[in-house]
Write a protein that binds this ligand. Structure first.
Ligand code: NAD
Length: 368
């Protein structure tokens, strides 16, 4: 079973991944709690489906346990919910020998990680991501936060967990659409890493057995290894970690233009990756020949994105304000080859418009 270490000086932690890793949870908790209590926060859906199984594996006496179910959905990732969690934790007199455990998808790990980071200036926390997006991306790297009505993830802090445990069996109950969202991030990693991951992803898609645990474990492990390497080099997202935004400048704009909730983030990432590739080809047409297998893979993934109406002007407007734009200009992560990302300034409205026209047309005819 893969163990990947996120090697940040003084803040490093293991990521355990595979089928049956849940059995290692008591050991990880004991190492992190120093005899204190365990505060578990659950995603509502996960609670219904898997709480009994998780609890059986925690093996913690009741008097050291506190459990709470979070309100469902992205809307719960807010300061309002964080405030409710502060109330509960403070009335329970949480202290630094205790551990907070987040069990759920990216919404849960972002919100609970943020609460852990900010209460009493930082309580240790562990992450049990239960969606593909959570395992491959959100729970790794210590970016925690909540949304603001002016935009997503605008309030947050870096706070690394003590461990991340990805029990692959939890994915069995994940709805297909959510699985595709996670695959969006995996396709992004496949472009960033190239080589083996591309081949592995191609083989996985060709088999059409989307819930194949072995294949998913291998793909998630490759993605986490890549992300962990960047996080270790650039914990605060000032430099190379920004490669992880490959496809994301476009993705945020697609998501916003479609209307939040219509096109899910991971689905938008698939379109965003396609747009980033197209931008590269327009800037340097000779690049296209290096991307045949990757382009095929991205095209296949586009067919899994549900169709939804997106207007070109709305995407262009949305691109005018991206959280990560510096001094009014968007930055784009592009690839010069699979496995060779670079960051470039905004190539200009005309190029971006051409790219978007092509991708939206392709999506309208290919989108599933
Ligand atoms: N911190 C980061 O680095 C980072 C990276 C990527 C995404 N994110 C954030 O992650 C969030 C998206 O994460 P997500 O896609 O996991 O969404 P999510 O947490 O909303 O989970 C998606 C859905 O799956 C359900 N679910 C969770 N586990 C399940 C299981 N095992 N079986 C069945 N259903 C299950 C949830 O109830 C929910 O309805 C966004 O808020 C995004 O901003 C953060």
């Amino acid at each position: 079973m893969p163990v990947i270490n996120v090697n940040i000086p003084d803040e490093g932690y293991p990521v355990k991944l595979g089928s049956g890793v849940i059995e290692q949870l008591p050991k990880l908790i004991n190492r992190a709690t120093t005899g204190g209590r365990l505060f578990i926060f659950y995603d509502a859906q996960f609670y219904v489906l898997h709480r009994a199984y998780l609890k059986k594996n925690i093996k913690m006496p009741e008097h050291r346990l506190f459990e709470m179910v979070l309100p469902p959905g992205e809307r719960a990732k807010s300061l309002t919910t964080a405030k409710k969690l502060y109330e509960v934790l403070l009335s329970e007199k949480i202290n630094r020998s205790d551990l907070i455990l987040a069990c759920g998808g990216g919404v849960t790990t972002d919100l609970v990680g943020y609460t852990a980071a900010t209460i009493l200036r930082g309580i240790p926390w562990g992450a049990v991501p239960t969606t593909l997006t959570g395992m491959a991306d959100a729970a790794i790297g210590g970016k925690t936060g909540v949304n603001h009505h002016l935009g997503k993830n605008l309030i947050g802090v870096f706070w690394q967990p003590q461990f991340v445990l990805c029990e692959i069996r939890f994915l069995a109950t994940l709805p297909f659409r959510q699985l595709v969202c996670g695959l969006g991030e995996i396709v992004k990693y496949a472009g960033l890493t190239g080589g083996n991951m591309l081949a592995e992803m191609n083989a996985y898609l060709a088999r059409c057995d989307f819930y194949d645990f072995n294949a998913l474990t291998a793909l998630i492990a490759m993605g986490i290894k890549y992300k962990a390497g960047l996080v270790a080099m650039d914990t605060r997202d000032n430099d190379r970690r920004r490669f992880l935004n490959f496809g994301h400048t476009f993705a945020h704009a697609f998501e916003k233009a479609a209307g939040y909730g219509r096109l899910l983030h991971g689905e938008a990432v698939i379109l965003g990756v396609a747009a980033a590739l197209e931008t590269g080809y327009l800037l340097k047409p000779s690049l296209r020949k290096y991307f045949k297998p990757y382009q095929l893979l991205v095209n296949q993934m586009m067919q899994l994105v549900p169709s939804c109406r997106i207007r070109l002007t709305d995407v262009l407007n949305a691109l005018a304000w991206d959280k990560k734009n510096v001094a009014g200009k968007n930055k784009y992560v592009l690839l010069s080859r699979p496995g060779k990302p670079f960051i470039t300034e905004d190539p200009g409205r005309e190029i971006i418009k051409k790219v978007l026209k092509k991708i939206l047309l392709q999506y309208q005819s290919a989108g599933g």
